[in-house]
Ligand binder design. Structure first.
Ligand code: GLU
Length: 354
């Protein structure tokens, strides 16, 4: 157990945020820390012991405001409960910042590999490999980098991440550790448990295993970071099995709610068939270019998906009344094709909240 609390929004004081973290004290902890962006600069403060001491340490800075922050109470599993091992952890270039609850079982081989790639580690924690992995994959899109990094992790995790270069985005993902997203009028929050959120908002979403949420000041988007959790995620759904296809645009022009990306995927659920068919591999871990190359040009809006191509695929692989789930886009070509072909459609959009 430990506590994660985070915020992206118009502005809150460090004091208010520390109070949010204090509402998670009941979970138990041995050290604590905060990372925030203040006037576009990274501010990091951590220590062993009580949040009350961290609060004292922050002193005159308590009243200063931030638009983006993550806070953490640690219950040490790997490494002593000291200041260096306390979260948040940061990458070598001091841009990627992360907190973690859980245990990364394969951290040793990952750490060795990252060291060979030139990453310098400062703590004894399993957690620190997460920031270096994200740093390794970061090429301008935090969402892409986080997705890639967390599909390499075995074990349990709730992770909160931000990047100094992307001051409007807070990312969270979870597998077997609790994480809640809170949607507020003045911004959005993440927390390990409800008490931290109650004074800010009553609108909460419990993330499921395999889900990744991208939070901005006034919008959010939830997607899967890996299809490998889908069977679990849809265990209690009314559908028999799913099939995934991937569209790949080598120019990286596909605009998905989380960013510009090179690929997108669709899942086709078929009723009354208990078999799971994997077509290709997980889109986030293998090379999508080897899968499907659309042979048409791109449309500009809402997504540059090759319309005709999607229709053909849907015709090939689905029957009338099958349900098609488009986890990235939720509009445009897939929806239109589904209507034309009499398939049911579910899509996800960035949800504007207020
Ligand atoms: N395993 C991590 C560590 O030892 C996270 C522990 C926690 O959940 O607080 O730093």
């Amino acid at each position: 157990m430990c506590g994660i609390f985070g915020y992206v929004g118009k502005q809150l004081s460090l004091e208010t945020l520390v109070e949010g973290l204090q509402r998670l004290e009941y979970r138990g902890y041995d050290s604590c820390g905060i990372a925030a962006l203040r006037e576009k600069k990274l501010f990091l403060q951590k220590r062993s012991g009580k949040i009350a001491h961290l609060r004292k340490q922050l002193d005159s800075k308590l009243k200063s405001k931030t638009e983006l922050a993550i806070l953490h109470t640690r219950w040490a599993t790997h490494g002593k409960p000291n200041k260096i091992n306390a979260h948040p952890h940061i990458g070598c270039r001091r841009k990627i910042v992360a907190v973690h609850n859980g245990i990364i079982e394969n951290f040793l081989p990952l750490k060795e590999k990252l060291k060979k790639q030139g990453h310098r580690f400062t703590s004894e924690t399993d957690t620190e490999i997460i920031v270096h992995l994200i740093e390794e994959y970061y090429k301008g899109s935090l969402a892409e980098a986080v997705k890639k990094a967390i599909t390499k992790l075995d074990g349990s995790f709730a992770v909160g991440v931000f990047c100094v270069e992307d001051p409007d985005t807070l990312l969270v993902a979870r597998k077997a550790s609790p994480l809640i997203v809170g949607l507020g009028k003045e911004g959005n929050f993440i927390a390990s448990d409800i008490p931290a959120l109650l004074s800010f908002t009553k609108k909460v979403i419990y993330l499921k295993d395999g889900e990744l949420a991208v939070l901005k000041k006034d919008s959010f988007f939830i997607t899967f970071f890996s299809t490998k959790f889908l069977p679990e995620l849809f265990k209690n759904n009314p559908f028999g099995y799913f099939w995934q296809f991937v569209l790949y645009c080598s120019e990286g022009r596909v605009k998905s709610p989380i960013d510009y990306t090179k690929y997108m995927s669709c899942f086709v659920f078929k009723k009354n068939n208990p078999k799971i068919v994997h077509q290709g591999k997980d889109i986030f871990v293998d090379t999508p270019g080897k899968m499907v190359e659309p042979d048409e040009g791109y449309i500009d809006h809402p997504t540059p998906k090759p319309k005709h191509f999607i229709k053909e695929i849907l015709k090939m692989f689905t029957k009338e009344n099958d349900l098609v789930l488009d986890p990235f886009i939720g509009s445009g070509s897939t929806a239109v094709a589904c209507i034309q072909l009499n398939r049911k459609f579910i899509g996800f959009e960035i949800e504007k909240i207020f």
